[in-house]
Design a protein around this ligand. Sequence first.
Ligand code: SF4
Length: 290
Amino acid sequence: MRKEIEARQMLSPVKQPDIWFGLKYSMNLYRGCQHRCIYCDSRSQCYGIDRFDQDVLVKTNAIDLLRDELSRKRKKGTIGTGSMNDPYMPLEKHEKLTQRALETIAQFRFPVHVLTKSDLVLRDIDLLQQISQVYTAVSFTITTANDELGKQVEPGAPRPSARLKAIEHLAARGIYTGVLMMPVLPYLQDNEVNIRELVKRVADSGAHYILASFGVTLRDRQRVYFYQELDRRFPGVSQQYQQAFGGDYFAPVREYDHLKAVFKAACAEVGMARRIKPFCEPEAQQLSLF
Ligand code: SF4
């Protein structure tokens, strides 16, 4: 159900340094997410989002706050969106909060990193291209190239093939884009075929980078929901998890080192970067030339 709330702050500082994405601020325009990924960490108690899958809370004052906060920032730093919910979930089609936030970011000439599972991001391709003059990175989470498996683990999100197609469009427009293969789920996606196939498809799409994390976190409410969905969709798999990981916080893939090596080799074969090039202040860019 759609509900409205007023936020107190729009840009939260990110703990420095952010070695994955080089973010300085994180921005969440909504609370809750319609994509219903069965492994989603945002269900964890520490985030305090009750009814995560039932309600989406729209922050009605988000754009005013963003404008005000950006006008007072002295230093530029990358604004990341998409860590606690998907900025292009179905509701965004009509709400257009993400679109308006990008317009504001473009106006203040800040760099941005968008993380999504939706090809709805293409609606804003002109804006993203405009922000590229400063810095844009658009990352798609894709954990498998298999649409059927994707539908089971990310039931509310567009299929992996639609995300790969979106990458093609973004890359063709010169926008920096790539893939987060996170999480690779033990017993479902931790096999060589999945890793190799995905790296190949990502390379074919024209993506610039692919980052991977070989395992999944399992925290309180997140774990309960995940096991419930595993029982419904993949009978017998939650028992394998319980046996292998008990109450552990992190569930690594089987043959962790081997799969990492397979991933590294597959990326090398197609010349794919395994890191994101972060935004760099123009002065720092100049200095690095000397
Ligand atoms: S898209 Fe992201 S935030 Fe939304 S349910 Fe999936 S993992 Fe969670």
